[in-house]
Design a protein around this ligand. Structure first.
Ligand SMILES: Nc1nc2c(ncn2[C@@H]2O[C@H](COP(=O)(O)OP(=O)(O)OP(=O)(O)O)[C@@H](O)[C@H]2O)c(=O)[nH]1
Ligand SMILES: [Mg+2]
Length: 322
């Protein structure tokens, strides 16, 4: 198997185009829906979320995901901006590879307006003859709401999906329930969405599964510095829950140590948390200088050998390097 994997890696290297175009991801929706907050939550910029003001026009950022450049467009949703986007579809909507439409589900009176603008956006895609998948974020689905009014929320979501289905026959529509107070909900959604752009993701997944088996681990997550999951293996749903729920907090904890000197033997530089009779092992993987990746591993025994880690890191590096 390992041999096959190496061959596939070589094959991929040959096939790759030289300078791929950045993929355009568009965040749109009404003002106050939570678009900028979602983007900042992924970057773990929590202090900025607290003092956020409305986005003025289109804010663009380029970031790298698995070595591919992603051009992220955050379209401020105030009415005057919306009017100007609809007047200039070429400028704002053209070239969209993935659209994320954010709806504030707590703001019921504005849901009709949110659906009406959603139809406007689809209209622009049709005009431009593009058909990007649209991921609808049913946002502000906060944990407290889910706890306190579970049935009401469930019904609201069923109704909303039906209303959207009636409003449009657009084919590629997908839904996520998200909240900035439930970070894993955002990380899972964004990771799944971005991985869909990435043909190498299967190979990464295979490499991770082999590594998990070799080190006798119940679950492995590889995360990049934007908190995005680039690949994972979970033995079962419980493992998945344990790992996805704790990943953002390991990253935040790691951020808090950023000014501390690193150990000389980098392999020793890892965090181990023991809980439920299991060991969570968190470790940085230096694949590229500027943007590290992180490994979170769950296993019963705390044994973690340098050779295993290094050969895994080597394979990942081979896959991810351009
Ligand atoms: N309860 C709750 N509030 C949220 C959530 N996400 C964002 N908010 C709040 O919603 C408000 C608006 O968030 P923004 O991120 O500025 O919304 P936006 O969609 O970027 O708005 P524009 O830039 O005007 O288009 C802020 O006060 C956020 O704190 C969430 O998941 N739950
Ligand atoms: Mg904004």
């Amino acid at each position: 198997m390992e041999k096959n994997l190496k061959q596939s890696i070589l094959y991929l290297k040959k096939e790759e185009p030289q300078v791929p175009e950045p993929s355009k991801i568009l965040f749109t929706g009404l003002d106050g829906a939570g678009k900028t907050s979602i983007i900042l939550a992924l970057q773990r910029e929590f202090s900025k979320i607290a003092i956020l003001s409305p986005t003025r026009g289109a804010q663009r950022r380029i970031f790298s995901f698995l070595g591919k450049d992603i051009s992220e467009w955050d379209l401020g949703g105030q009415i005057s901006y919306r009017i100007s986007y609809l007047k200039n579809p070429d400028k704002y909507f053209d070239g969209t590879e993935i659209a994320i439409y954010v709806i504030d589900i707590q703001n019921k009176p504005r849901i009709p307006e949110a659906i009406s603008y959603f139809k406007d956006v689809i209209e622009q895609f049709k005009k431009l003859e593009i058909e990007p998948p649209i991921y609808i974020f049913l946002h502000k689905y906060d944990p407290a709401l889910k706890r306190n009014a579970p049935n009401e929320m469930k019904n609201l979501i069923i109704d909303l999906k039906q209303t959207i289905r009636k409003a449009t026959d657009y084919k590629e529509l997908y839904y996520y329930q998200t909240s900035i107070y439930d970070l894993p909900s955002i990380i899972t959604a964004m990771s799944e969405i971005l991985l869909s752009l990435y043909p190498k993701s299967e190979l990464i997944e295979k490499t991770i599964i082999e590594f998990a088996k070799k080190v006798n681990s119940e679950g492995v997550v590889i995360i990049d510095s934007n908190s995005l999951v680039v690949g994972s293996y979970y033995q079962n749903d419980e493992t998945k829950h344990l790992l996805t729920a704790s990943t953002p907090y390991f990253l935040t904890l790691n951020d808090s140590f950023q000014y501390t000197n690193v150990l000389e033997d980098k392999f020793e530089d890892r965090m181990i948390v023991q809980r439920f009779g299991k060991n969570f092992i968190f470790k940085q993987i230096d694949i590229r200088k500027d943007s590290p990746y992180y490994l979170l591993l769950l296993k019963e025994d705390p044994v973690f050998r340098k050779e295993d880690f290094e050969s895994f890191a080597y394979l990942l590096k081979e896959i991810l390097s351009k």
